[in-house]
Design a protein around this ligand. Sequence first.
Ligand code: C5P
Length: 232
Amino acid sequence: MAKDVIIACDFSGREEVLSFLDKFEGKKPFVKIGMELFYAEGPQIVRDIKARGHKIFLDLKLHDIPNTVKKSMSVLSSLDIDMCNVHAAGTSAMMQAALEGLTRSDGTRPLLIAVTQLTSTSEERMQSELLIGKSLEETVLHYAENTKLSGLDGIVCSPLEAEKVKERCGKDFLTITPGVRFADAKADDQVRITTPAKARELGSDYIVVGRPITAAADPVEAYERCLKEFLG
Ligand code: C5P
């Protein structure tokens, strides 16, 4: 299974992201494009980055009725992205519709993963506002199982949850994990963090790394360090 480092390109506009990627010269890191950049620049930014030879995780976290998600996924799939996502809270009907929409006429499709509970949601708020009575961990694992049963490829989770997710859903079920920091760096606003090496030990398949690379004095060096620590 391909393990890789995905750079979270959380930039607000086209010039910023392209000049950031220019620094990598011949290298073509796997990149994540989120809502901010996509809403600012539209689908053309995805085509342009793809044309430069990068793999793309389009992180738009779809959550709507199955028919709307199916049709939207079909549009995203035509952008030739490599990975995209939905909220597992949309239920299995929505996740299955997403898969159908994503599958191209030749049978190929990007990887499809699900967000279980956002890491910004505390157990207390989940219970008091969403009226989910179980623990946060049990809820994440249950949503992971629903995701797997719906035929998706994996989930976004903390590296600290990756082992349990693999135990519940099998070793081939992908874990895509943000919240990664170098041992000698600051945490920013992330709370449950691990180093790239620890994420590897815990069984993450892809680590998503933003500021430790994008805000580094030498982003290419930081990326290489991340790859080295994560891939071992
Ligand atoms: O800069 P940093 O490494 O914290 O960036 C992490 C990236 O992963 C950001 O794009 C953030 O939105 C995303 N993410 C996250 N936690 C989640 C889901 C996505 O940090 N649970």
